[in-house]
Each structure stands twice: as structure tokens, then as C-alpha cells.
Design a protein around this ligand. Sequence first.
Ligand SMILES: CC(C)(COP(=O)(O)OP(=O)(O)OC[C@H]1O[C@@H](n2cnc3c(N)ncnc32)[C@H](O)[C@@H]1OP(=O)(O)O)[C@@H](O)C(=O)NCCC(=O)NCCS
Length: 184
Amino acid sequence: MREHIEASAELSLRPWAAADVAAVTEAFAEPLMRRQLPWPVDSPEEARRWLADRAERRATGTDFSFAVVDRRDTVLGGVAVGSIDLRHAVGWVSYWTTAPARGRGVATLGCRALADWAFTDLGLFRLELGHRVGNTASCRVAGAAGFAVEGLQRQKLRYDGVRYDVETHARLVCDPVPAGGTTG
Ligand SMILES: CC(C)(COP(=O)(O)OP(=O)(O)OC[C@H]1O[C@@H](n2cnc3c(N)ncnc32)[C@H](O)[C@@H]1OP(=O)(O)O)[C@@H](O)C(=O)NCCC(=O)NCCS
């Protein structure tokens, strides 16, 4: 199983490392990211806890998180496949990018590379993801990474007391491989 994955000439995926504390603390301080997290990661201590949690999950073999980095090893975002059900060969995909890295294809290329790895190295058959309706950027990433729209989960999420519908997407191992797009 590959630990390092080439996403493009400029981008690669690698497991999170202890040295990523500062990058994680900074990335998760951003308001858009706060709601993506299971608990507030707003200090170096919490970032260390988040990184330790990633490592523990990876060791279970059912949850793999990667940093998306450039050639200088600057963290530009994260992609993950978790909730892996080996019986059915299904996993749940997620992605985020740092505010300065957005809009240049980092999430799209990272998600494509992750999907290829999950199909090839993990042997998964189906990858699922979901985004809040109205998260247009996330929807564009899903489409560009080959995840077809499958449905709508009504009022699945609650942020600050407001409930949101979630659009679901999925990509099967036998679906067409997406091509082209941005260079990252
Ligand atoms: C969603 C997110 C991951 C996108 O990352 P990114 O690296 O900017 O994505 P990409 O550059 O690969 O592609 C973004 C696409 O969304 C579009 N986009 C970006 N911001 C947008 C906005 N505010 N409104 C509409 N479209 C937008 C871009 O034009 C691009 O589409 P295109 O390639 O068809 O032109 C990033 O904005 C993010 O981390 N948001 C906060 C966390 C989050 O929402 N994660 C997803 C949870 S489901």
C-alpha cells in the first residue's frame, strides 16, 4: 500500500506528521473549517491531539487521512477516506484546503488521487461523499473528481442551530476516470 501518492507534477499526498502542528493550527482557525471538525482545533495542543487521532485511525485500517502538499512540503489541505466498510468495500471521502490554496485545483486533484489510491491500493468498490447544499465549491470538486450526484438527505446537518440538506455523491471503481482540469 502506497503511503505517498503523486497527485500532479506539483502536488502529492502524504500521511500527516508531527511537524504539521503549526500548519494544522493555522488551517483550522479559519471560520469555514471550524464547522468541519469534530471538536475545536484552536491551539497547538488541540492540533497535536487531532494529528494523534489521525495516526490512531490510520492504524485501524479503516480511516486514512493525507496532507496535500506542494513540492516544498507546504500543507495546502487534507483529503481522507474513512468509515471504511471492508465487507462491502465502501468508504466515505472528505476534503478541505487552506484558505490561501483555494481555487487552483488542490481539492480536485487531491480528491482524484485519493480515489485512485482507494480503488487501487485499498481495493474499494464505492466511494461516497456529501456536502451541505449551497457549498458550491465542494459540489464542483466532487463532480470534477468523478463523483456523480446520487441524492438529497433532508436536514442532515445542524450548524449553529440551523439544519441543512446534504447532497450525496458517489464514484464506483467502474465509473469513468475524470480527466483534465487544473494543474495545482
Ligand atoms: C470546498 C473546498 C475543499 C474547495 O477547495 P479548492 O481547492 O478551492 O477546490 P478546487 O480549486 O479544486 O475547485 C473549486 C471549484 O469550486 C469553484 N469555487 C470555488 N469557490 C467557490 C465559491 N465560493 N462559489 C462557487 N464556486 C466556487 C471553483 O471555481 C472550482 O470550480 P471549477 O474548477 O469548475 O472552476 C474548499 O473551499 C474548502 O476547504 N472549504 C471549506 C471546507 C469544506 O467545505 N470542505 C468540503 C466539505 S463537504
